[in-house]
Design a protein around this ligand. Structure first.
Ligand code: KIV
Length: 276
């Protein structure tokens, strides 16, 4: 049988393998079919359908308003464009906090209706028992600790976590509890790099995926809109590296279209249908 060079499908096992070999994992968010297809073709390891859709797609000022139904619609669209990357769906606010049963049913909906392969759940040691049950139901879970945006009002703003001893030991205890509960991977958001170093070294299996968490993670995740410049101007955190600036390109194209329509240059004869 002829060998192909086709890239292998990323699975949860790939995350374990990469962590054990010290190979870094690259993750980006996506919210629609077309972007998912583009990302998938680049070789990205995993695509996260983040509840950041609430901000960057729906224009809210937090992740709190987005619902299960909207997240499932985004996830199903992304799934239709994803072949090789691991597809992770983010469980929105109040889809898992009320009870373990709620968490299992909503995590299951992401797999059944959204065709996700993994769900992401915010929260530390206090969420470990719920996560354990979700994992026992056969649903892989990515944890998420540090500055968890669904608790933004409790944090009182985007404050970097893991500075004092109390915060640092809570984060380490949480990471270990989430690994014990069966998380194959944990997002570490906005945490001091030395605390992250300690957490990554303490975890035997679970890969740490950082955002604003410095260089000592097993991988990194960023919001696709942020790296392409498709975000409100005021969102410029220190950790963000912007790889492209799409708004001027879009503006120039649209202005040219308006101009062409207004002066009757578009559509041309070549772009029109005639009976003869
Ligand atoms: O919703 C999201 O995009 C996220 C990532 C920033 C980790 O949770």
């Amino acid at each position: 049988m002829a060998k192909t060079n086709e890239r292998k499908k990323t699975t949860v096992q790939t995350f374990f393998n990469k962590k054990s070999k010290g190979e870094k994992i690259a993750v980006l968010t996506a919210y629609d079919y077309f972007m998912a297809k583009l990302l998938d073709q680049t070789g990205i390891d995993a695509i996260l359908v983040g509840d950041s859709a609430s901000n960057v797609i729906h224009g809210y000022d937090s992740t709190l308003p987005i619902t299960m139904d909207i997240m499932i619609a985004h996830t199903a669209a992304v799934a239709r464009g994803t072949r090789k990357a691991l597809l992770i769906a983010d469980m929105p606010f109040l889809s898992f906090q009320p009870s373990t049963e709620t968490a299992i049913l909503n995590a299951g909906r992401f797999l059944k209706e959204g065709r996700a392969e993994v769900v992401k759940v915010e929260g530390g040691v206090e969420m470990a028992a719920t996560i354990k049950r979700v994992v026992e139901c056969g649903i892989p879970v990515m944890g998420h600790i540090g500055l968890t945006p669904q608790s933004i009002h409790r944090f009182g703003g985007p404050k970097v976590q893991g500075k004092g001893e109390k915060s640092r030991s809570y984060l380490l205890e949480s990471a270990l509890a989430l690994e014990e509960a069966g998380c194959f991977s944990i997002v570490l958001e906005l945490i001091h790099a030395d605390a992250v170093h300690e957490i990554t070294a303490a975890l035997k299996m679970a890969a740490t995926i950082g955002i604003g968490a410095g260089p000592h993670c097993d991988g990194q995740v960023l919001v696709i809109n942020d790296i392409l410049g498709l975000r409100e101007d005021e969102f410029k955190p220190k950790f963000l590296r912007q790889y492209a600036d799409l708004p001027p390109i879009i503006t120039t194209a649209v202005k040219k279209y308006i101009e062409d329509v207004r002066r009757g240059d578009y559509p041309s004869e070549k772009e029109s249908y005639f009976t003869k």
